[in-house]
Design a protein around this ligand. Sequence first.
Ligand code: ADP
Length: 245
Amino acid sequence: MISVAKLKKVFDGTTVLKSIDFSVEKGEVVCLVGPSGSGKTTLLRCLNLLEVPEEGTVAIGKKTVDFGGKKLSRKDTNELRAYSGMVFQGFHLFPHKTVIENIIEAPLIVQGRDKNELVREGEELLKKVGMFEHKDKYPDALSGGQQQRAAIARALMMKPEVMLFDEPTSALDPQTVGEVLRVMEDLAREGQTMVVVTHEMNFARRVSDKVLFMDGGYIVESGTPEEVLTTPKEERTREFLQLLE
Ligand code: ADP
C-alpha cells in the first residue's frame, strides 16, 4: 500500500530525514516512535506532501512520485494526496461550522457531491466515532477528545486508503485520550491501513503490526511491537524506552 525509498528531507541546510526506506501493507497499522526531533512528523507529512522531500520516492496505492528530478506537479500532488487522510495533533476544525458541516465540507466542495447524500454518510461516520449526538454543535462547544473524533470522521469522509495520524492524542486532556485511542483501535480492527506517530506506547504495543523506531533522521530499528519495544536490538532504542519508564 505504501512504499518509501531513499527518502531525504532537508530544512535550512539540515538533513532531517536521511535516506528512509519502509513499506506498509494493506490493512497494516504502523506506529512511528522515537525521541522528539527525530523526524517522525516530517516523515508522515512527506507521505501526503505537506512537506516535499528533496530525494527518493513515495508510492501509495497506484501512484508513485519520484523526487529530486523535475518540479513536483499539481497533478502528481493531488493524485498522491487522494490516497491518504490526515489527522493532526491540533484538530483544525472550521470554527464557524458545525460538526456535520465540517465533515461534509471537503467532499461537497472538492468532489461536488450531493449534499443530502453526504449528510447521510456523515451521520453514519459520526455514529461510528460516537459523535452523532453532537453533530449540530460548533467545535468550541466540544472537548478536545470530541473534536479529535470529529476530525477523524472528517478524514474518513474522503474514503482514504491510508489514514495518517500525527500525535493525535498529544494535545488532549488525559481523560479524553482513551476515547480517541478506542476509535483508532476500532478502525484498525476493521482493516484500515494506518500510519501513526505516537508517544502512546501501550497503543503501539497493542494495536500495531509494525513499529518503526526513529532517531536522528534514520529508522534505527523496525519490527513487530515485541521486537522493537520489548526486546530491542539497538542501544538507542533501549535508551529511549528506558527514559519512558
Ligand atoms: P519529531 O516528529 O520526531 O519530533 P520533526 O519531524 O517534527 O520530529 O522534526 C525533525 C527535525 O526537523 C527537528 O530538528 C525540527 O526542528 C526540524 N523541522 C521540522 N519542521 C521544520 C520546518 N518546517 N522548518 C525547519 N525545521 C523543521
